[in-house]
Design a binder for this molecule. Structure first.
Ligand SMILES: [Zn+2]
Length: 434
């Protein structure tokens, strides 16, 4: 049995950020592929059958593939400058939990098939659309739109798929594969402080709050930084800076809403050049989808107002606002979540402000999440953390949860093994909708 901490240790140097602490593990990059190869080697060394589907999702079948499968897993890509655990903790924990099930004899008695799934481009940091693999699998994004997405270099998703040996013609909703998933469990490092002041290492996800991404483009007039008088400029950077500065005030009027500009791009980007255009990307989240809509409408209206600049000559900076993605608030399946609460009675229920593949799958199959305490509460940054003992507690919780779904709960870690006190009540077999 491999310890989850040593599994993570095997990849701790893969994708380190050359410019500082943290990691850069973009979707469909050399680094993500290296991490996937690591996962495949680990899975094959355990005798699992590994396949990569048309949408780039890696499936490791622990048992023979079949219907009503219990599936666990997460992702291996990261945001730029991300932490060590967001994604890989769920993948490494899946391997370690399956090892525990095997050692305790529970796997041999499993009443349903079991698989581990690794989803590509979960963060959306390369093509702008989060959970790209699970969105394609479920049809939440259509192939036409997905294939036309471009990365910073201008490469389309279709080009990048081809370079990874995948056929763009075959990308898209896969009802057969989706129909095989009976339940999906994703373990993830906590991305907030909810567990920090408790004595609990693990929480159960109740919901994922609604979130959307918008691309705001400002177009002005490029010109010389030395020869263009201030009053004769149409500078998109000035207009964009105004709305960025207004966002905290606008959003502050909506209780519980958060909005972030985490990425900008200035064209053409020269110190002595007045920019011709500026792009910014806006992320807005709130449990009530109508509030998210209100916030973006107000920001868009204000962005247009603020682009008309005093001191600018006749033509104003032009603003366009495009929605890149929107995921409404997801409530995880009540049945599965209740069963998890009964299994882990001390684990608190938590709403998450972060999106996950489990949130996309939840619209189609019973899905649930376990969060493992993060002592810093920081995520999407190098300070993201997870104590070794908490990671191990997460694996035990995941193994027990998988055993519950497999109909072989009862043995626990180091339990009686085959013929032990397994309670096979077949629960979960009838649940088809989260
Ligand atoms: Zn994640």
């Amino acid at each position: 049995m491999t310890d989850v901490v040593s599994l993570l240790g095997q990849i701790e140097d893969t994708g380190r950020d050359p410019r500082g602490p943290g990691y850069v593990r973009p979707g469909y990059s050399r680094v993500e592929r290296e991490l996937r190869d690591w996962f495949i080697a680990e899975a094959e060394s355990r005798g699992f059958d590994v396949e990569i589907d048309h949408n780039g999702i890696t499936w490791a079948w622990v048992t023979a593939p079949g219907e009503n499968a219990v599936v666990t897993g997460s992702h291996l890509d990261s945001v730029p400058g991300g932490g060590e655990f967001d994604g890989p903790l769920g993948v490494a924990s899946a391997l370690a939990a399956v090892d525990q099930l095997r050692e305790s004899g529970r796997l041999a008695r499993a009443r349903r098939p079991l698989a581990i799934a690794v989803f590509p481009e979960e963060e959306g940091s390369r093509f702008g659309l989060s959970c790209l693999g699970s969105r394609l699998l479920t049809g939440a994004v259509g192939p036409k739109r997905a294939l036309a997405l471009t990365d910073e270099r201008g490469d389309t998703f279709a080009d990048v798929l081809r370079s990874h040996g995948l056929d763009p013609e075959r990308v898209g909703r896969d009802d057969e594969r989706l129909g095989r998933i009976g339940s999906f469990l994703e373990l993830h490092v906590e991305q907030g402080v909810g567990l920090v002041r408790t004595d609990q290492p693990v929480a159960i996800g109740s919901s994922i709050i609604g979130h959307g991404r918008w691309h705001i483009r400002y177009e002005g007039e490029g010109n010389h930084a030395g020869t263009t008088p201030m009053a004769q400029r149409a500078d998109p950077v000035v207009a964009a800076a105004r709305i960025i500065g207004d966002i905290p005030t606008i959003v502050g009027r909506y209780d519980g809403a958060v909005a972030t500009v985490g990425r900008t791009r200035v064209h053409p980007g020269g110190t002595n050049v007045i920019a011709s255009a500026m792009d910014l990307w806006l992320d807005i989240r709130h449990p009530d989808d109508e509030v998210v809509q209100d916030v973006i409408e107000e920001i868009a209206r204000r962005a247009r107002d603020r682009a008309s600049g005093a001191g600018y000559r006749g033509h104003d900076v032009q603003v366009t606002v495009d929605q890149e993605s929107y995921s409404p608030t997801t409530h995880f399946g009540a049945d599965l979540t209740q069963r998890l609460s009964a299994l882990l009675p001390d684990a608190p229920l938590q709403a998450s402000g972060a999106g996950h593949d489990a949130g996309i799958l939840a619209a189609h199959v019973p899905s649930a999440m376990l969060y493992v305490r993060n002592p810093t509460g920081v995520s999407h940054a190098p300070e993201e953390a997870c104590e070794d003992d908490d990671a191990r507690a997460g694996v035990i919780a995941l193994a027990d949860a998988l055993a519950m779904e497999l109909g072989v709960e009862g043995d626990g870690e180091g339990g009686a093994g085959p013929g032990g006190a397994g309670r096979a009540d077949g629960q979960g077999d009838e649940e088809h909708r989260a």
